[in-house]
Ligand binder design. Structure first.
Ligand code: PEP
Ligand code: MN
Length: 366
């Protein structure tokens, strides 16, 4: 349930209303307070009459019941106002949200060694993208496949940040590693396979670090938003939703099915920022540029793209990874597109960049 306060209500009156609301056996929290203050009531509100609340003050404009099972994640809870996730990085604060430029996260599936992660980060930086990604802890289908270098890879990510000023996004798989990962990451990723790992979600909520929550392999939109609710309920409002493709019946030609319809659908349901990952969604680098552009046209707030200096030799997800050269080209192509859709981003792209990309492609990891 939310209590919407009229604009220009004196702060002391808002405080008094909050005080009165505390008499009910529910959690009371201030949700948004730009022009209008909105106060959320959480818990069992079924016995609370809307009229009773309305009577508390003539400054109460409206009392609305949030019908969705996801309360804090719902668009209604913020009275229709989109939320944003502002992430401090050495290069400045990067904000994910509907009223902000497109944010691009790029990098290898796994952090393999110092040279490749630093070199990739340099290309990523040169294109104007804002985050380097790379897994230290990898969720692999086979126990015999490369599992990630773990803690030492976190150190390499920190070196890549030092060298470029980019923010870091990396995945946590186990509650036991949460502190270590959160100490290095600027955004902590919860992968598709852990979307309903409720212990991990609670712990992610407790860190206060921005969380990138990937959609589960076969998760419904409601299950995904309920997973986000766990993080929000644990006191962390900084959640970004990442669509990375869902299981469908064709595994032969695409790894997953990119559900781009989630963008307009989520806009009706939630205030949270959205990311699209065309790399895991398609599984093949040749399809990544098309779906990247489609995602921008559909209004995504951010993108996650896998890039590897030498995809043929990658320890994981090589087939879907762009070469640095292809990534540079893609970033050039999407700059005017982002501009067209009102998500222009100041690109740091220079003529020197293609050379840098080509050099890295031909030297690193070969
Ligand atoms: C990843 O980002 O490398 C990853 C494993 O993604 P997902 O959880 O979407 O499969
Ligand atoms: Mn991957």
């Amino acid at each position: 349930m939310i209590v919407v306060i009229k604009s220009q209500t004196p702060a002391s009156e808002v405080q008094r209303i909050i005080q009165e609301l505390h008499r009910y056996p529910v959690t009371v929290e201030k949700v948004v307070s730009n022009d209008k203050a909105v106060i959320g009531l959480l818990g069992d509100t079924t016995a609370i009459g809307r009229e009773n609340i309305q009577q508390i003050s003539p400054f109460i404009e409206q009392v609305v019941r949030v019908k969705q099972p996801f309360k804090r994640a719902s668009l209604e809870y913020r009275y229709g106002e989109p939320s944003e996730v502002a992430v401090p990085t050495p290069n400045g604060v990067v904000t994910f949200g509907q009223n902000h430029p497109l944010v691009v996260v790029a990098g290898p599936c796994s952090v393999e060694n110092e040279e490749m992660i630093v070199a990739t980060a340099q290309v990523v930086k040169a294109t104007g993208a804002q985050f380097i990604r790379g897994g230290a802890y990898k969720p692999r289908s086979s126990p015999y496949a490369f599992q990630g270098h773990g803690e030492s890879a976190l150190g390499l990510l920190a070196l890549a940040r030092e060298a470029t000023g980019l923010g870091i996004i990396t995945e946590v798989m186990d509650t036991a590693d949460m502190e270590k990962v959160a100490a290095v990451a600027d955004v902590v990723q919860i992968g598709a396979r852990n979307m309903q790992n409720f212990s991990l979600l609670k712990k992610a909520g407790a860190t206060g670090k921005p969380i990138l929550l990937k959609r589960g392999l076969s998760a419904t939109i409601e299950e995904w938003l309920m997973a986000a609710e766990y993080i929000l309920a644990a006191g962390n409002p900084n959640v970004i939703l990442c669509e990375r493709g869902i299981r469908s019946f064709d595994k032969q030609y695409t790894r997953n099915t990119l559900d781009l319809s989630v963008i307009p659908v989520l806009r009706t349901l939630t205030h949270l920022p959205i990311m699209i990952d065309p790399s895991h969604a398609t599984g093949y680098s040749q399809y990544v540029p098309t779906m990247t552009k489609a995602a921008i046209a559909a209004g995504t707030d951010s993108l996650m793209i896998e890039v590897h200096p030498n995809p043929a030799k990658a320890l994981s997800d090589g087939p879907q990874s762009l070469t640095p050269g292809d990534f540079v080209e893609l970033m050039q192509e999407i700059a005017p597109l982002a501009q067209f859709f009102g998500r222009g981003t100041k690109s740091a792209f220079t003529n020197a960049t293609p050379n840098l990309a080509a050099k890295i492609s031909s030297t690193v990891g070969v």
